[in-house]
Each structure stands twice: as C-alpha cells, then as structure tokens.
Design a protein around this ligand. Structure first.
Ligand SMILES: [Zn+2]
Length: 152
C-alpha cells in the first residue's frame, strides 16, 4: 500500500484515511482535497454482475476477490422493525442495514481487487447467511480482472 502523497509504503489500509492517502498526509490536506480523496475508487464503475464490460476486453483474470461483513441487528432496531412489520410495507430499518452491510462488503472486495492490481471486477455476486439469530454475514465476491478498452 503506497500513499499517493508522500510515497511511503504501508502494510495495510489501516494506515490510510482515504483510498490512497495515509493518515498523516490526509490531516494536512484542505477540506476540498479531503473530500476529493474520500471519493470511492474509480474501479467501482468497473464492476459488473456480467462477465463482460461493454467496450472493454479482459486482458488478465486475477482470480476471485471477496469482502465479508458480519452484522448484528441492534435490539432497538429489532423492536422498531417489529413495529414496522405490524404496520406493513417496506421494513426500512432492515433494508437500510442490509444496504449498508452490502456496501461495506462490496468496498472490501474492491480494495482487495485493487491490492492485487486489478482495474475491474466482473461476475459480482452477493450472498447472505444468517449465522445465528440476528447475526448476518454478507459476502460479496467476483473475479478480479485487468481490462483494457477495445479500440475501434
Ligand atoms: Zn502519505
């Protein structure tokens, strides 16, 4: 993991405040620069559930990458959602939690892909398992790939 600003190498994302900027450099940046640095990596637009990306061809496949998050519902969230079940309709408390958990798993997968030098992830899938009452594991996986634009 290399910081884009100072060029220092770090063993993991733990030392990073944004995608490619270390904690130290991030603290020295202006608020505008920080906002820019915090934007999700470009690879997110290069992820697809299909096995091809229009206009690009897969040059190299780097194998499966994945992200896993485990979430438990808070007691209060569960009570709120139980009330919502009585009223009916979309159970927003749960869908929100699922959305967040998925996004987290997705981001981890993307980081993993970037770490091994991919610029795209194809065949992305989600999988969720309830490990025990109220505890859900969300898995996001796909095939990390190096793609390049098809010319012409
Ligand atoms: Zn730095």
């Amino acid at each position: 993991m290399r910081c884009e600003k100072c060029g220092n190498d770090y063993p993991s994302h733990y030392y990073f405040k944004a995608e490619s900027v270390c904690r130290e450099c991030f603290d020295k940046m202006t608020p505008e620069e920080q906002a820019e640095a915090k934007k999700p990596p470009k690879i997110q637009s290069m992820t697809t559930t299909a096995f091809t990306i229009d206009g690009y061809r897969v040059v190299r496949s780097l194998g499966v990458v994945r992200g896993i998050t485990v979430r438990s519902r808070s007691v209060f969230g569960t009570i709120g959602a139980s009330l919502q079940t009585l009223v009916g309709g979309n159970i927003s408390l749960f869908s929100e939690l699922c959305e967040e958990t998925r996004a987290e798993a997705f981001e981890m997968m993307v980081r993993h892909a970037l770490d091994i030098g991919a610029n795209a992830v194809i065949g992305v899938r989600y999988d969720a398992t309830e490990i025990m009452q109220g505890v859900t594991e969300v898995l996001c996986y796909g095939t990390a790939a190096v793609v390049e634009p098809v010319d012409g």
